[in-house]
Design a protein. Structure first.
Length: 119
């Protein structure tokens, strides 16, 4: 493996940049994978694994500010609509409770609490 202590370019001899990783001391190590191969793999993953490209909207920002798992966006929107509460308020309330991935069942409970509190 090529070792680059100064953090500079870690390309291959043919001038094609390679994908690197950090070694134990924080130095960049050449992983032996070409940049084009990594980019091709990213395209394949996007085509085969992603239902929709990520997007940044006001709801995503609110979820991030609240510290809530981004995968909750769709269930929060659906639950907020069904319960008649504001999805941003729901995200903020979930964040206050420090809800984490795997606790999706709490979304409905929290939405119903918000709804009851606004009556």
């Amino acid at each position: 493996m090529d070792h680059v202590a100064d953090g500079g370019d870690f390309g291959h001899a043919d001038g094609v940049a390679g994908a690197g990783c950090l070694g134990a001391g924080g130095d960049v190590l050449d992983a032996g994978i070409g940049l084009r191969e990594v980019l091709a793999a990213a395209d394949i993953a996007a085509d085969r694994l992603m239902k929709a490209p990520p997007s940044i909207d006001s709801i995503a920002v609110a979820g991030g500010l609240a510290g809530v798992f981004s995968g909750f966006k769709r269930p929060v929107l659906e639950t907020a609509r069904a319960e008649g509460v504001d999805p941003i308020d729901l995200f903020l309330a979930l964040g206050e409770r420090q809800v984490v991935a795997g606790q999706e069942d709490l979304i409905g409970d929290v939405a119903r609490q918000l709804k009851a509190a606004t009556r």
